[in-house]
Design a protein around this ligand. Structure first.
Ligand SMILES: *[C@@H]1O[C@H](CO)[C@@H](O)[C@H](O)[C@H]1NC(C)=O
Ligand SMILES: *[C@@H]1O[C@H](CO)[C@@H](O)[C@H](O)[C@H]1NC(C)=O
Ligand SMILES: *[C@@H]1O[C@H](CO)[C@@H](O)[C@H](O)[C@H]1NC(C)=O
Ligand SMILES: *[C@@H]1O[C@H](CO)[C@@H](O)[C@H](O)[C@H]1NC(C)=O
Length: 344
């Protein structure tokens, strides 16, 4: 086969970017799929086509994410942020290698569109979310790691959510992330009084995420639609998937292991363990809906489906990892350092 000069040039450029690992599952095993890709307003492309910059200090990173022009930002090493990172539209924020990390303040994407965050660890963000996606469309959060602490001493309110998707955000894929050691993981829709704002939005695909040693919200959704497939849950102690306030979930080919009390519930009660400090009796909301697609392995956990909905299929193509392979494939592929992002 002969390559044109132009093609070789393209290869040289792409060696700076994300290349895909070569084991199993085909070359595009980690490509974007789901609502972040196939939706009515266009695939999430982030900073594709824009300039590429490297940030290894907080100052550089805070500056690099400004504005709405497309930009690919390569994050190197450990960065302690003095304030939350607030990316504009059309940005890719890509951790380099296996040790890109954000500490002290997390990321808030507010009123934007088209943002990609890959291969970065977000750790120990006190009193706030690791990442908040608010009133923002077209987002892909992939191969990130989210970590704090889970214990009765630390409780649920020392840290807030790991990845919260709120205020009519839409067309989001959350894939191959490692969420661990944290109480309240991922909330979709942050209040039952936002019905009019949120209803009809909050379409999220959660796939191939690894959740370990967590308390609640894996995820918990209000008013939207979440397709939750091929995730592996280890010791998700109280309640993993919660669909409430008319939310709909399509749940398939997930695996639950260890100490997990409830894998899936559509019963509206927000359980006391979710907010024991503010709502020791739990909060009553109306129920949500759940549909089950391909068989799940609930392990020791129970499920409580009070209403079956009409969310039986999604408007995109995806290949399910066979149930018996989910634990191995997800543990091997989720988190940072699993995709190759090279320095510029
Ligand atoms: C994002 O980038 C596209 C392509 O350059 C541009 O058309 C669009 O206006 C940008 N979005 C915003 C919110 O500026
Ligand atoms: C987002 O939009 C709302 C409503 O227009 C506005 O009040 C708020 O200040 C905006 N936030 C940011 C960070 O732009
Ligand atoms: C969402 O963002 C858009 C664009 O910035 C703004 O006009 C709108 O008011 C925001 N809506 C909410 C509910 O914050
Ligand atoms: C399951 O849902 C029903 C309501 O339909 C509720 O009465 C029951 O307490 C729930 N079970 C659990 C374990 O939450």
């Amino acid at each position: 086969m002969r390559f044109s000069v132009a093609f070789l040039g393209a290869l040289a450029v792409s060696s700076n970017a994300v290349s895909l690992p070569k084991y199993g599952g085909g070359a595009n095993r980690y490509a974007l799929i789901g609502y972040g890709k196939d939706n009515p307003i266009g695939a999430t492309t982030g900073g594709k086509g824009g300039e590429s910059v490297t940030a290894s200090t907080a100052e550089d990173l805070l500056a690099a994410v400004q504005g709405n022009e497309p930009r690919q930002i390569y994050v190197k090493g450990s960065i302690s942020l003095p304030s939350r990172l607030a990316p504009g539209s059309n940005k890719s924020i890509l951790g380099v290698g296996s040790n890109a990390e954000i500490l002290e303040n997390g990321i808030s994407v507010v009123n934007q569109t088209n943002v990609i965050i890959r291969n970065i660890a977000i750790r120990f963000i006190l009193d706030n979310d690791g990442i908040t996606i608010q009133n923002t469309t077209r987002v892909w959060v992939d191969h990130c790691e989210f970590e704090s602490e889970f214990s009765q001493d630390v409780g649920p309110d020392t840290y807030d959510g790991q990845l919260d998707l709120v205020v009519a955000s839409d067309w989001i894929t959350v894939s191959w992330n490692y969420f661990h050691d944290h109480w309240k993981s991922s909330l979709v829709g942050n209040s039952d009084v936002l019905r009019d704002v949120d209803f009809g939005h909050l379409h999220v695909s959660y796939h191939h995420n690894y959740w370990r040693n967590e308390g609640t919200r894996g995820p918990a959704g209000r008013f939207g639609h979440q397709h939750i497939f091929n995730n592996f849950y280890q010791d998700f102690h109280y309640q993993a998937i919660h669909s409430r306030s008319d939310n709909q979930v399509l749940v398939e080919a997930n695996v639950f292991r260890g100490d997990t009390r409830e894998a899936l519930s559509t019963y509206g009660l927000v359980i006391p363990e979710d907010s024991p400090n503010t709502s020791p009796e739990g909060d009553f909301e109306i129920d949500g809906f759940a549909n089950l697609g391909a068989k799940n392995d609930w392990g020791p956990a129970s499920i409580n489906i009070t209403q079956v909905g009409d969310f039986t299929s999604v408007p995109y193509e995806y290949n399910l990892t066979p149930l018996r392979q989910v634990q191995r494939v997800v543990k091997a592929g989720a988190g940072v350092g699993k995709i190759k992002v090279h320095a510029l």
